[in-house]
Design a protein around this ligand. Structure first.
Ligand SMILES: [Ca+2]
Ligand SMILES: [Ca+2]
Length: 221
C-alpha cells in the first residue's frame, strides 16, 4: 500500500474520531455553596429577600460564614458567605479585588451566569467595577439595604469568545471605586459546550500516524 493511501485512510479516521469527541453537551458548575450566605434566614434562591448578617460591626459587617473549603479557596469561593465582600476592615477578605474562576468546560457555545448577591446599593455608595474575561459589565444595582437577589446574565457572543480564548470563564471584581457593603452566596455557570479531545487520545493518534508513515516509508523503499 502506498504511503499516500495509508495517510489518507488515517486522516479520515482522525476526522471521524474528532467528530465523535466534539459532541455538544450541557454543563453546570458552581463556585461557593447554596447555603443561604452561610447563615440561617438569608434567602439564597428565587425572589428577593432580606438578610441580616449576624456579624459584629456597623450593620452586621465583618460577618464570616464560610466553611473551611471556602476559606482555603482561591477561585472566588473565598469571597462568598462573607459580609462585606472584598472590603478590608469591613470583612475578612484582605483585598478589594477578586476573581471568580470557573473550571474549564471545553469550548463554550452558550452560557448563563447566575449570581446570588446581597445588599447592592450602587447609587448611594458607588458601583463595583465588573468584567467578564476583560469585557465590562454593569453591576450598578440598587437592591437596597440588606436585600438579597438572584440574577442571571446571558453571556454575549463576545464574552463567550473571550472565555474560550482564555480557556475558562472568569469574573473580575474591583471594589476600589465603591464603599458599598455587599455579599455573595454563590456563582453558577450553566450552558452547553463541545468537549475538547483528551490529550492522551491526541498523543495516541499522533503515535499511530508516525507509525503508519514509518511503515509506508519502509514498504516504498
Ligand atoms: Ca450595601
Ligand atoms: Ca453560600
Amino acid at each position: 500500500m502506498k504511503i499516500s493511501r495509508i495517510l489518507s485512510i488515517t486522516l479520515v479516521t482522525v476526522v471521524l474520531l474528532a467528530g465523535t469527541t466534539a459532541m455538544a453537551g450541557p454543563f453546570d458548575v458552581l463556585v461557593g455553596d447554596k447555603d443561604g450566605y452561610g447563615t440561617v434566614g438569608c434567602s439564597d434562591t428565587g425572589a428577593p429577600g432580606t438578610c441580616v448578617w449576624p456579624g459584629g460591626g456597623p450593620s452586621g459587617t465583618s460577618y464570616d460564614g464560610r466553611d473551611p473549603a471556602e476559606m482555603a479557596a482561591t477561585n472566588g469561593a473565598q469571597i462568598t458567605d462573607v459580609y462585606s465582600a472584598i472590603f478590608p476592615t469591613f470583612g475578612p477578605n484582605p483585598s478589594e479585588t477578586a476573581s471568580v474562576i470557573f473550571p474549564s468546560v471545553g469550548t463554550i457555545t452558550s452560557a448563563t451566569l447566575t449570581v446570588a448577591m446581597g445588599d447592592f446599593q450602587a447609587s448611594t455608595f458607588g458601583p463595583i467595577a465588573v468584567n467578564f474575561n476583560g469585557i465590562t459589565e454593569s453591576w450598578a444595582f440598587d437592591d437596597g439595604f440588606q436585600v438579597t437577589t438572584t440574577r442571571s446574565f446571558t453571556l454575549s457572543a463576545a464574552e463567550i469568545a473571550a472565555a474560550n480564548l482564555a480557556g475558562q470563564f472568569q469574573i473580575n471584581l474591583d471594589h476600589t471605586g465603591s464603599s458599598d457593603f455587599i455579599a455573595f452566596d454563590w456563582f453558577e455557570l450553566s450552558g452547553t459546550s463541545t468537549a475538547v479531545p483528551e490529550p492522551s487520545m491526541l498523543l495516541l493518534l499522533g503515535s499511530g500516524l508516525v507509525g503508519l508513515a514509518g511503515l509506508g516509508w519502509r514498504r516504498n523503499r
